[in-house]
Ligand binder design. Sequence first.
Ligand code: B1M
Length: 216
Amino acid sequence: LSLSERLARRIVDGNDKGLDADLDEALTTKPALDIINDDLLAGMKTVGELFGSGQMQLPFVLQSAETMKKAVAYLEPHMDASEAGAGKGTLVLATVKGDVHDIGKNLVDIIVSNNGYTVVNLGIKQPVSAIVEAAEQHGADVIGMSGLLVKSTLVMKDNLLELNDRGLARKLPVILGGAALTRPFVDQDLAALYEGTVRYAKDAFEGLNLMDTLMA
Ligand code: B1M
């Protein structure tokens, strides 16, 4: 196996023995973010396919997720903090109520915070009340919600209605991301009911681009 394939395989197998050495070797050839995007996420994609088709059981998915987290944590110090500390704005970020998936959200945190924004990462299973409280406490410029379950898309819709009701929509643009969402659902259906701006980010980089656009 090539180094790239080996890294993807480590994620699929949830095998972190010797992971750091492989990551060190990969770092000699390409930047940390490329390792995440090309190699580690390829492994997560396979995990999703195996799980979805019933060929992989949940405890093994969890092991893969843990290995993915370790790999990302190991790579994080190697990412360029371009314009870090520039105080470009504040993103309050959460995985929505009822949803435990946080790998994607945490990647958004790493990429957005490495590009000059303050990110307040609330964690998983966050009710809208906690998101609103944090947004007020930290003077958020943007709210980011992540969710991977189909039911999370409905939670996001309810959350937007709640922001409308609280009169916060005009002040707080929202970025939504996660595998169960589609661009038309967010940019058309949800945008039609939210009284502020709501946008879909297909990945962490689009999340960053949206931050730049919304803060411009
Ligand atoms: Co679960 N899971 N899972 N899971 N899991 C999915 C989502 C699923 C699609 C798998 C499948 O069936 N093929 C399926 C959902 C089906 C559905 O709703 N229709 C599913 C299920 C069913 C479940 C459980 C219900 C299983 C069970 O208990 N029977 C359970 C849910 C519990 C709950 O939430 N209440 C469950 C549990 C778990 C684990 C705990 C084992 C683990 C999560 C560990 C963790 O996150 N700490 C897990 C995993 C790992 C997955 C898959 C395999 C991989 C998810 C992942 O990390 N992807 C997933 C399959 C899949 O997605 N195809 C699956 C990598 C990550 C980098 O991508 O999160 O999409 P993603 O993030 C991307 C973009 O979406 C975007 O940027 C990220 C990076 O570029 N993005 C944003 C995400 N959030 C954003 C926010 C933004 C901007 C961009 O701004 C705010």
